[in-house]
Design a protein around this ligand. Structure first.
Ligand SMILES: NC(=O)c1ccc[n+]([C@@H]2O[C@H](COP(=O)([O-])OP(=O)(O)OC[C@H]3O[C@@H](n4cnc5c(N)ncnc54)[C@H](OP(=O)(O)O)[C@@H]3O)[C@@H](O)[C@H]2O)c1
Length: 271
């Protein structure tokens, strides 16, 4: 489908929806005039209008005017929204939910039986087009719908199709993982402040260190252990520091964190 022919709707226009639409527009995947977003208030919609998108307070209008409909409300609001839009959803629609903890089975149960449903899990860096996303397709969504979604959202970062159980693992690894990385960045910078460096400079250098390390991981395709080994001169500074991190059980603690967040995501999907 050509970008100019695609009508994209967003039910819910908050931070994550806003991040995705910025990626789509910047990459020219869809013209702003083909995007319609709904939300109860104008709090977020003003920014959408500044981007050239159309806005409404009516969720049904979004469904009536769009082929591809993103569901981007908070989880507790979604059941009411699905009940509201259900009469307007047809077999020509592609419905993509980015709502955490709501399974494809639940979406399919609350929408008409023929609906093409996909579920995507983004992470916060999608708002700067450096996200990590995974998606899964429902019973009626085929290769065409999956390819369309992947093509569009690759403008917001890495976007891979996975079996649905991996979505909760992605939450533990990447959705919540962003926060672990911020904690590590904060700790790196505070270590430098303790040793006498000004805080703002230390924060900038910590962030660039994470960015550079991540870029090398992606571009070399090397295992992290190999790159870590490359930094360790025998008897040098890094191996002394790594010894301290091992004494603090950094690796086991991070693995526990991923496990805890994944289990919590699974529990939330059952609530
Ligand atoms: N933020 C993340 O890192 C992240 C990561 C992965 C998945 N997600 C998922 O993304 C979804 C949205 O998160 P967010 O951070 O973007 O939340 P958010 O900024 O609070 O946005 C929620 C949006 O939903 C709108 N809304 C509320 N009630 C509505 C209704 N009845 N009908 C239509 N729209 C309604 C809000 O309207 P107003 O503009 O009027 O307030 C707002 O625009 C969540 O389900 C979350 O699980 C978020």
């Amino acid at each position: 489908m050509e970008a100019a022919e695609l009508w994209v709707g967003f039910v819910g226009a908050g931070r994550m929806a806003g991040g995705l639409v910025r990626g789509l527009l910047q990459a020219g995947k869809v013209p702003a005039s083909n995007v319609l977003a709904s939300a109860p208030s104008d709090k977020n919609l003003d920014a959408w209008r500044e981007l050239g998108c159309r806005t409404t307070h009516c969720n049904l209008e979004v469904v009536h005017r769009s082929t591809l409909v993103f569901l981007a409300t908070k989880p507790h609001v979604l059941p009411g929204v699905l009940e509201e839009i259900r009469p307007a959803v047809g077999s020509h629609h592609i419905v993509v939910s980015l709502v955490a903890g709501v399974t494809i089975q639940t979406l399919q149960r609350l929408l008409p039986p023929s609906t093409k449903v996909l579920r995507i899990m983004p992470n916060l860096p999608c708002v700067v087009q450096a996200g990590a996303m995974v998606f899964s397709r429902g019973t009626n969504a085929g290769d065409v719908e999956a390819a369309l979604l992947q093509n569009l959202l690759s403008s917001c970062g890495l976007c891979e199709e996975v079996p649905e159980p991996y979505i909760d693992i992605h939450t533990g690894l990447s959705g919540s993982g962003v926060a672990y990385v911020y904690l590590f960045a904060e700790a790196l910078a505070e270590g430098a402040v303790k040793m006498g460096m000004p805080g703002a400079l230390a924060s900038r250098i910590a962030a660039q260190t994470l960015l550079g390390a991540a870029k090398m991981l992606l571009e070399t395709g090397e295992h992290p252990a190999k790159l870590r080994g490359d930094v360790c001169t025998p008897g040098g500074t890094t191996i002394y520091a790594l010894h301290q991190l091992e004494k603090g059980a950094l690796r086991a603690t991070v693995m526990d964190a991923v496990e805890a967040a994944t289990n919590r995501a699974c529990d939330m999907a059952k609530d």
